[in-house]
Design a protein. Structure first.
Length: 162
């Protein structure tokens, strides 16, 4: 796995990117880096890392993550749309992203806005708002210049229609 490009889409080798956070005591220094490592952890079904990076004060933090309810989900790609704050010295951060996956061999995309908090120099996931979940590459009857059905606010041809 060391010579493979990281699942998060950074283009960096996994051992130099998200894997170093998942398997060690090293922590991401930005909200985006934490988002990327959490995506990779979901793809690996790594409950321990996901729970350890979830803010304990969050009312949405589960006691455990049951991956058996996901079925045959395979996380395939992460697209970061935008980040607001979330730098090393910020106290809060927001990361908007699209997570692509397949379920029973069919492609889907989930569009989410996630909130993060920085406590004593360590970033934690607070919660997220799922804007949409849609089949990827679905045909849009109105044409490619109409808004994308995933809810991104972009034209279909510049979003899921690529």
């Amino acid at each position: 796995m060391d010579n493979l490009s990281c699942l998060c889409g950074s283009g960096i080798n996994s051992s130099d990117c998200c894997q170093r956070f998942i398997v060690s005591e090293d922590h991401p220094t930005t909200a985006e880096a934490l988002m990327r490592s959490r995506f990779t952890a979901y793809a690996q079904k790594n409950e321990t890392y996901l729970l350890s990076t979830w803010d304990d004060s969050s009312k949405k933090k589960p006691k455990y993550i049951d991956f058996s309810k996901e079925g045959d989900v395979v996380w395939t790609q992460l697209d970061i749309i935008q980040c607001k704050k979330g730098a090393k010295n910020d106290k809060k951060g927001i990361v908007e992203f699209k997570a692509h996956y397949t379920l029973d061999g069919k492609p889907y995309v989930m569009h989410e806005i996630s909130r993060f908090v920085n406590k004593n120099g360590r970033w934690f996931y607070l919660d997220g708002l799922v804007k949409s979940v849609a089949r990827a590459n679905q045909q849009v009857n109105e044409g490619k210049n109409k808004p994308c059905p995933c809810g991104s606010g972009k034209k279909y041809k510049r979003c899921c229609g690529k």
